[in-house]
Design a protein around this ligand. Structure first.
Ligand code: IYR
Length: 229
């Protein structure tokens, strides 16, 4: 490597980074095109059972794993479930928790807030979708001698990775749903996860069903979500 290509910072190698830049007009066009494309994404509850190549799922997870994370600890594990028996187990456990949530745990205000989305405790998509991705946050890491090492900003880091994941799914022409059956610890048991991992999010992934409907809801306007100082 040419000496110009890296510097040493307190003995650690920092490699030169350059990024492609655009003229203002092109930058405006690109940012608008990206927004128009991202704005087409919807959370979907009706999936096709059409198979999806595993390579697509692998690329999606590699994309998610490029997210920034506290101290670059990358405190996430993405469990991909294609086995129909395991999907069934997950559906049964999720529906059991959701029954309790809808019937006992959720407040009247919460149920009222969800009414327009048309959700209920039935989660058939957990079996229909060709893949489930169960995202786990890694609370800490075990060292060689079983000693514990800290991870930092774990929720923020894994949340960011899930955002990247959802965007990559949309880019592949597939759909997903950020499903959070609560409590979610049954996933740790069914998937036999180590005790440093906690379930974070469950995402069915696949093609949208031939006949799929989504609630007619609007995104907040820029004025409502942005304050310029
Ligand atoms: N976890 C339940 C309820 C639910 C909660 C929220 I907040 C939503 O935005 C949607 C659903 C379910 O998945 O049905």
């Amino acid at each position: 490597m040419d000496t110009n290509d890296y510097i040493l910072v307190e003995g650690f190698k920092h490699i030169r980074y350059q990024q492609k830049k655009y003229e203002e007009k092109e930058m405006i066009d690109r940012s608008k095109e990206y927004y128009d494309w991202l704005d087409k994404r919807r959370s979907v509850r009706h999936f096709s059972d059409k198979p999806v190549p595993i390579e697509v799922i692998e690329n999606i997870i590699k994309s998610a794993s490029t997210a920034p994370s506290g101290a670059n600890k990358q405190p996430w594990t993405f469990c991909v479930i294609e086995n129909p028996e395991i999907k069934k187990k997950i559906r049964i456990a999720a529906e059991k928790e959701e029954q309790k949530s809808y019937n006992e745990r959720m407040s009247d205000e919460w149920l009222e807030d969800l009414k327009h989305l048309g959700t209920d405790a039935n989660k058939p998509f957990l079996e229909t979708a060709p893949y489930l991705i169960a995202v786990f946050k890694r609370q800490f890491e075990y060292g060689e001698n079983e000693e514990k090492h800290k991870n930092y900003y774990v929720n923020e880091s894994v949340g960011l990775a899930c955002g990247f994941l959802i965007s990559a799914i949309h880019n592949a022409g597939l759909v997903t749903l950020t499903h959070t059956p609560s409590p979610m610890r049954f996933l740790e048991k069914i998937l036999n996860r180590p005790d440093n991992e906690r379930a974070f999010l469950l995402l069915p992934v696949g093609y949208v069903a031939e006949k799929s409907y989504v609630p007619d809801i609007q995104r907040k306007t820029l004025e409502l979500v942005m304050d310029l100082y």
